[in-house]
Design a protein around this ligand. Structure first.
Ligand code: URA
Length: 234
C-alpha cells in the first residue's frame, strides 16, 4: 500500500495532510525518516511511526450503539446529529448503520464496515428477528389485543404495499405498551403496522436484533464493540 494512503487509513489525517506530515519529516519507516508519499510499504511487516505511535490498519469493525432520539442514521450532515458522530473512533464515517432507525426511534443500532455481514443481518431471506417496544396512543382492551395478535401473526397489508407483512409476534406488556417481533425491515414498518391495526405509535425502542440484546450497560448515546460471539451469531 502507498505510504500516504496507509497514513490516511490509520490516522485522522486526510491524504493531503498525510503528504504534508511526510514532507515535514514527521513519519519514520523502519526507524528511518521518510518523505516520499508514493513509497510502497508492506502493511504487515513495515514499522511506520507517526507522532510517536506505531500505526496499524484496523480490521473490520462491529459496533452496537444505544441510539438516542433526535439522532439520524444518515451519512449526510442535516438537521440532527448523525449516529456516526457518537462513535469516537478514527474513520467512524466508514461505519454504516445496519438498517435504519427513524430519528425519533431509540435503542439498538448496529454499525459496521463489513458489507457482507450487514447484508446477512438485514436480508429478509435470513429472517433475523428484531424486537421493538412500542408505546401506543390508544389503550387496547383484551379483545382488541387478541385480534391484533392474530392479525400480526397472519400478516397484515400495509398502506401502499402489495404483499402482506411476514408473520410476526405481538405481545402486550400493558394496554398501551406492546412488544413486536418482526423479521423484515420495511420502511417505517412497526409504525405502519400499528396504523394498520387502528392505533398510533407514540414512542418506539428497539431492544434486540437476533441474539444481540441492548441491556442497561449502555446508556443512550453509548456504544461498545460486539463480542466475537455476537458477531458470529448472524
Ligand atoms: N419501524 C419503524 O416504524 N421505525 C423504526 O425506526 C424502526 C422500525
Amino acid at each position: 500500500m502507498r505510504l500516504d494512503r496507509f497514513l490516511s487509513e490509520t490516522t485522522s489525517l486526510t491524504r493531503s495532510l498525510a503528504k504534508r506530515a511526510l514532507k515535514n519529516g514527521e513519519v519514520t519507516l523502519n526507524d528511518e525518516p521518510i518523505k516520499q508519499a508514493a513509497t510502497h510499504i508492506d502493511t504487515d511487516s513495515d514499522v511506520v511511526v507517526f507522532n510517536g505511535a506505531r500505526l496499524a490498519l484496523v480490521g473490520l469493525r462491529y459496533i452496537m450503539l444505544h441510539k438516542p432520539a433526535d439522532v439520524e442514521c444518515t451519512a449526510r450532515r442535516g438537521l440532527y446529529p448523525r449516529v456516526i458522530d457518537l462513535i469516537d473512533l478514527p474513520k467512524a464515517e466508514r461505519l454504516q448503520p445496519v438498517g435504519r432507525l427513524d430519528v425519533d426511534t431509540t435503542g439498538l443500532l448496529l454499525l459496521t464496515d463489513d458489507g457482507q455481514w450487514s447484508h446477512r443481518v438485514t436480508s429478509p431471506r435470513h429472517r433475523c428477528a428484531k424486537v421493538y417496544i412500542a408505546e401506543l396512543d390508544e389503550p387496547m382492551d383484551e379483545e382488541a389485543a387478541e385480534l391484533a395478535i392474530q392479525q400480526v401473526a397472519d400478516g397484515i397489508m400495509l398502506d401502499g404495499e402489495e404483499t402482506p407483512t411476514q408473520p410476526a409476534t405481538l405481545r402486550f406488556l400493558s394496554p398501551k405498551q406492546a412488544e413486536l417481533t418482526i423479521t423484515e425491515g420495511r420502511y417505517h414498518q412497526v409504525k405502519r403496522m400499528f396504523v394498520a391495526l387502528g392505533n398510533h405509535v407514540n414512542a418506539l425502542h428497539r431492544r434486540s436484533i437476533g441474539d444481540v440484546v441492548l441491556t442497561d450497560e449502555l446508556a443512550p448515546g453509548e456504544w461498545r464493540e460486539l463480542t466475537p460471539e455476537e458477531i458470529a451469531s448472524f
